[in-house]
Design a protein around this ligand. Structure first.
Ligand code: ASP
Length: 324
């Protein structure tokens, strides 16, 4: 009897070992060891002769943001988490036109837009014109994961954020002096919308964009950033895109989706499709995009004189840049 129980427990142990082994091989098969992540901090016409300290501050922040995403992807984390965390970081940094540091409307208020998309199944979430949500990108993700809808706007979006447990702040949280001075001078050339696109070790693509819009915009104006297909797009079959620039032009040209469509229906490479949209379809001076495709390639074309941007890949590429 004792012998029987002993051999039974041996068989049981062996079975557990087998299951564990199976789990491990399936898991490691899914993780292919590859990732690519790209970020942007807005397109525009930053003065190449800007103070060295300001330049370094932007590059430092872009580097820190990129490292957050890179670390998540390196550890086998999801692209969706990487893009959300990177954009949250940039939203919290008042150097950029998203979250704290957002530009002002003509009425001197901050109205924030954001969107996120999951390339696995085209799930999307977005918010427009929020005024009390500390991290609009996280509310966009809540819209995607916790509601049946894609886009919420204005006070209803703020209220939804409250009921879903998003971090709420007083609108004065977004007030940053430099941005307010920009409104007074109506300087439109300092752009700092933020975005992130990534493909993880499972081959899943995600894209996220967040902005305060355009300096001096009419109250209630919504740009391309919270619009899936215009400012943000992700599809595992093709690519992921986050755009920055003159939103109205990106909306009219369905810019983000158009890159994917050119790849899917015309067989263009990411390089060709991104180039066509930015340099042939959109007018010069309108902005740029960051993009990754299903094969881990990346592109960041822009038709302005500058676009703050960065890339990190599993092949060891790591760079952040402002001008060409
Ligand atoms: N695309 C944004 C908007 O039009 C602004 C920007 O990217 O600079 O709202």
């Amino acid at each position: 009897m004792k012998i029987l129980t002993k051999s039974r427990s041996k068989i049981f142990l062996l079975l557990i070992l087998l299951v564990l082994l199976l789990c491990q091989t399936t898991f490691s098969q899914q993780l292919n060891g590859k990732y690519t992540i790209v970020i942007h901090g807005g397109a525009g016409s930053m003065d190449p002769n800007m103070e060295e300290s300001s330049k370094q501050a932007y590059l430092k922040s872009l580097t820190a943001a990129l490292n957050i995403g890179k670390e998540i992807l390196e550890k086998g984390g999801k692209s969706l988490d990487a893009v959300e965390q990177v954009v949250r970081f940039l939203e919290d940094d008042s150097l950029f036109n998203a979250g704290r540091g957002a530009v002002f409307t003509a009425e001197g208020k901050n109205e924030l837009d954001a969107s996120i998309m999951d390339g696995r199944d085209l799930s999307s979430g977005a918010v427009a014109g929020v005024t009390t949500i500390k991290n609009p990108i996280s509310l966009a993700r809540m819209v995607m994961e916790k509601t049946q809808h894609v886009l919420f706007a204005g006070i209803y979006a703020d209220e939804l954020g409250k009921s879903l447990g998003a971090d709420i702040v007083d609108p004065s949280y977004f007030f940053v002096h430099d941005r307010f001075n920009e409104l007074k001078r109506m300087t439109r050339n300092v752009k700092g919308t933020v975005g992130c696109v990534a493909i993880d070790q499972y081959g899943n693509i995600a894209a996220a964009t967040s902005t305060g819009g355009r300096t001096g915009k009419m109250p209630g104006r919504v740009g391309d950033s919270p619009l899936i297909n215009a400012g943000t797009y992700a599809n595992n079959k093709t690519c992921g895109i986050s755009a920055t620039g003159h939103g109205e032009l990106f909306i009219k040209n369905t810019a983000a989706y158009q890159v994917s469509a050119l790849m899917e229906f015309k067989g263009l490479t990411l390089n060709q499709a991104a180039d066509e949209v930015i340099h042939q379809i959109l007018p010069k001076g309108s902005g740029g995009i960051i993009a990754v495709d299903k094969n881990y390639n990346f592109e960041f074309p822009f038709n302005t004189s500058s676009m703050m941007r960065g890339v990190a890949t599993s092949d060891g590429v790591f760079e952040v840049k402002i001008w060409k």
